[in-house]
Design a protein. Sequence first.
Length: 244
Amino acid sequence: MSALLEVRDLCVAYGKVEALHRAALRVEEGKIVTVIGPNGAGKTTLLAALMGMLPARGSVKYLGREIVREEPEPRVSHGICLVPEKRELFAAMTVADNLVLGAFHRYRKGDQAIAADFDEVYRRFPHLKERHAQLAGTLSGGERQMLALGRALMGRPRLLMLDEPSLGLAPIVVREIFRIIADLRSTGVSILLVEQNARAALQVADYGYVLETGEMVLEGESAELTANPRVIESYLGLASGKAA
């Protein structure tokens, strides 16, 4: 399989404090890759650096091209999209208008397929269709996460990066969100998933990494990590409630 994203020796520092030390990972076309680890491990920092929101040293290759020094906007235009932990919706705008903004860079290019993608998002998220005229700020937590995912899909990403999509959601809603994430694999989009629910993340992912104190300490096929005693003890056993 060809690598859509290949990261090597990625370092990010906040002043003199290094939050990410020589991180390396690989996301192949059409695969779901997860990064698990405790709070403060550097997972959100990793995604911010990959999106170009934080200065970083090292190598970030997307479709074989070095992008480590690119700004966020060209990364978006190349097909990279981040759904942040706080979702960052426009609360005073309707569901439909939030979706329109997800396709903003496509509008500027004169893309004629946007209307069809609206229909596809509404098919995938029927709750959003029912609430298309409702203000985003009035949605439930699960609906806001669905809207954040739908808005990201309106940009037709090749690489979708998700930061804690289950955060603050009820268990029944978490199951639905992960069902949707697993289903997105069939569309051909590649997904880099940072998630506090390690068990759910490893169930949907093809490959996983464990990030601790800014360093990748384990990696492997999801089934291998699920059976790894260290992962079981820290993230899947009694301590799983502390995973981030």
